[in-house]
Design a protein around this ligand. Sequence first.
Ligand SMILES: Cc1cc2nc3c(=O)[nH]c(=O)nc-3n(C[C@H](O)[C@H](O)[C@H](O)COP(=O)(O)OP(=O)(O)OC[C@H]3O[C@@H](n4cnc5c(N)ncnc54)[C@H](O)[C@@H]3O)c2cc1C
Length: 446
Amino acid sequence: MLFDNRSDEYLAATKPHNSATTQHPARVAVISTPADLPAALEDVAALERTSGRKYEVAIQATGHGAGAVIDDNVVLFDTSRLDGVTIDPQTRIATVGAGATWGSVNAAAERYGLLGLAGSAPTVSVSGYTFAGGIGWLVRRDGLASGSLRRVHYIDGGGRFRIAADDATEEVDRDAIWAFRGAGGVGIAHTLEFDLAPVENLHAGMLLWHGSSLSELVTAWKRGIALVGPSVSTSLAVMHVPPVPPFPEELYGSVAIHLAIADPDGQAGAAPLLDAMRAVATPVADTWGPTDAVGLARIHLDPPGASPAVGDARWLDAHAPEVAERLMEAAAADGSPLVMVEIRHVAGAPTRRDGAVVAPPGAFIYHAVGSLILAERDRIDAGLEALKVTWADADTGVIPGSWLESAAIAPSTLRDDVLTRARSIADEIDPDRRIHRSRLLGSPGE
Ligand SMILES: Cc1cc2nc3c(=O)[nH]c(=O)nc-3n(C[C@H](O)[C@H](O)[C@H](O)COP(=O)(O)OP(=O)(O)OC[C@H]3O[C@@H](n4cnc5c(N)ncnc54)[C@H](O)[C@@H]3O)c2cc1C
């Protein structure tokens, strides 16, 4: 059954977490079970027959990755109700519905001392994040989330059920799992199987300082990250602090330096960095300590509700520490239209499996975000453009596929050979192009 714009189902499905773009699909299909997928494709075919028009199918679990044009040429498949989560503590494998969020997966996994390779926000779904690479707080020890993906149960453009796996009988399904690991996905997934990581001594936290110590803190961060343990991940950010909790009141409306830091292997590895930065200036907030999945999901201070974000991101090479101060100074400037500018340290992340993007193309990531609530799109775009000169010397030229808020396409995420192969796999799985290509595979104009 397809829902039109007078229904509650339509209204709920067209409220993406990233509300920078509005969505006006021709119809919405609510997918509650795997069997609903081929049935919904049939419904789309019936709509095409009666209307004499062609429709593309776009998939949305949470809309954190919203940005593609969703207009009356599109039927939107809302997969958020595919939210089942099963954890096998013996094999350390999670089997989850394609709409499951990291918050629900990790709440279940941590009962067994395990976690999935979640990113900063618990409301993100496993699917879009993992299919686009997925960079989380365990990345330096356990790699990208795409490398933890074992199998994807999916349908192709003809509505046939298939299983993408390395040991699949048919080559197309062996190719499909390669593409699901970082090329944004091919086909429509309904169930994912992936590895969980043992996390028995998780420590994490966030520290906030007044922006007045920016230069000294960046210097201490540069010194500290060279000394931390191999499983310590960090994000160093400049924030223009909004006047809302959980930010401390004394920082409301000012520039703050933010460190998010996590180590699944205890507290010792982070000490050199924490000691160096605390010695420079006393933090206004400091939550470092033993924690759980909920605590881990708080350290990045992401807004909990829908927000109209516009962003930019790039993999940076080992020169990132050299450009950090200039970047952070520019981000802290009065009147900046960007609310957050960060550098993440992800060096040494291992590669677990073969796939389109399973190894970080750089040791660091630059990521910047503006909010349309606070600034016009033109100003945010100009702010992002102006920052480029500050990180250009560390640029790898590669975009982290998961992290490009409100982008319609992001093809420069993939190396040319990877893009060519992934596009040809998508064409084989969906020769009639019934399914909207992931933004990583899209071409300008799509
Ligand atoms: C607050 C916030 C924090 C974030 N933190 C991180 C982070 O720490 N690390 C990181 O790497 N990224 C992070 N991201 C980026 C995030 O990974 C992407 O936005 C991702 O696309 C979200 O996936 P989703 O499924 O929740 O989103 P959706 O918008 O629902 O889906 C995004 C895309 O995934 C594909 N997709 C989704 N479901 C299916 C399916 N069933 N079958 C086939 N394709 C499907 C589709 O192409 C869809 O357009 C963050 C984003 C936000 C807004």
